[in-house]
Design a protein around this ligand. Structure first.
Ligand SMILES: [Zn+2]
Length: 406
């Protein structure tokens, strides 16, 4: 008996944005089973004419913390950043695992509602794994690793190894490691995690050069991080690694995500294997100096967008992040910005072969947005200079949101 191949569905839209090529007007995308079969322009016929809409790849949120989803609007960004971090830690400690799971579920639902089909989630104790492993989107769960003192570093490494051992990649969810930040991870732990990630071939996410206070700590062993770490009982200046040292440890890693890098010294190079993750609205909420992402783009370094968590962001909408960047940098080409919201994140998270662009053989992950009747010079304006909301979401060839979803 031969199995009958899955049937082909064709969708027509006024604009289709493949991302790895120029936008296509009056275009048809053909989908067979879970995969994209073809893309054609020129007004062909389709099973379903969606009319005046744009179709683009599902969005990629390269950096969030779903377990902080209960903090929306409750912890306004503060200076020094350590005062804000105290609030986050207090909240984390007050949550039971069940409450944390409920917050992760709520954050996940919000991601899907805004058209995210791939998420990189930093997860305390890896709690989001069972939820994301069953969710209607692709994901990387980055197990969060903290340990500045010698004793905590040893314990954290053992826990990370155990967690990786117990959580192997499945069809939609893959493990990653997140040695949290230079102020919370011992140099020997950074080094050990680099070795573990290399051995296990998993992606790594590290918060780096996020605040001026962090630089003050690393350069002078001074500033508000000293009382902050002392109050937590973990202050150990001998354990601190320098930024350059950390960058070097992970330079040969293919999937290292450098989160924020707001204040990274221009003389410190990011390896071309790595990706800078820019979280525009969180960056703006903390009132940081302008983000240096264009310096990285100019140097050929991949830059992808993230929302960061609801502790510092109003929602988990990647499109709103891109629209803020459009306002701040109107001269940045639309195709570059759209790539930052899709394919760049997919490549950073190790899913570049599966998703992030609309191409033959890739997963049929797409979103549908209404477009207005105007005729802008740059069709990217339909997406990036508009306030249109995502109407429908398809993941692996199935509608998961919108009027066509079951
Ligand atoms: Zn973060």
């Amino acid at each position: 008996m031969f199995e009958r191949p899955p049937s082909v569905t064709t969708l027509k839209a006024r604009w289709i944005f493949p991302v790895d090529g120029p936008p296509l007007e009056d275009a048809v995308i053909a989908i067979q089973g879970e995969k994209i079969l073809s893309l054609e322009t020129g007004g062909g016929r389709a099973n379903l004419d969606l009319g005046n809409v744009a179709i683009l790849p599902g969005l990629v949120n390269a950096h969030t913390h779903l377990d902080l989803s209960g903090l929306r609007g409750r912890l306004p960004p503060k200076k020094p950043v350590t005062d804000w971090l105290r609030g986050v830690i207090q909240r984390r400690r007050s949550l039971s695992p069940l409450q944390a799971a409920a917050e992760i579920q709520a954050g996940l639902a919000e991601c899907v509602r805004y058209g995210t089909t791939l998420v990189g989630d930093i997860s305390g104790e890896g709690l989001s794994w069972p939820i994301l492993a069953a969710a209607p989107l692709w994901s990387v769960v980055f197990y969060e690793i903290l340990g500045l003192s010698r004793a905590r570093a040893r314990q954290a490494l053992a826990s990370a190894k155990d967690w990786l051992e117990a959580h192997r990649a499945n069809a939609r969810c893959r493990p990653g490691l997140s040695p949290h930040a230079p102020y919370s991870v011992r140099h020997s732990l950074f080094r050990a995690i680099a070795g573990l990630a290399r051995h296990e071939k998993v992606p790594v996410a590290i918060h780096l050069a996020e605040s001026r206070e962090e630089l003050e700590l690393l350069q002078h062993h001074d500033g508000p991080f000293v009382p902050f770490l002392s109050d937590l009982g973990v202050w150990d200046p001998d354990g601190l690694a320098g930024e350059e040292e950390i960058l070097r440890m992970y330079a040969d890693r293919p999937n290292t995500l450098w989160i924020h890098t707001n204040y990274l010294d221009a003389g410190l190079p990011i390896s071309p294997h790595g990706t800078v993750i820019y979280c525009p609205r969180t960056h703006a909420a903390f009132g940081h100096a302008p983000h240096p992402f264009r310096r990285f783009l100019d140097a050929g370094i991949r830059v992808a967008l993230g929302t960061d968590s609801l502790a510092s962001n109003p929602d988990l909408d990647v499109l709103s992040e891109a629209r803020l960047v459009r306002q701040l940098h109107p001269d940045l080409p639309g195709h570059v910005l759209l790539r930052m919201a899709t394919l760049a994140g997919a490549e950073a998270l190790g899913y570049g072969a599966e998703t992030g662009s609309l191409a033959t053989g890739k997963s049929a992950d797409l979103i549908v947005l209404p477009v207005d009747g105007s005729s802008p010079n740059d069709p990217h304006d339909f997406i990036l200079s508009s306030s249109a909301r995502v109407e429908s979401v398809m993941w692996r060839g199935r509608w998961i949101l919108g009027p066509l979803a079951p």
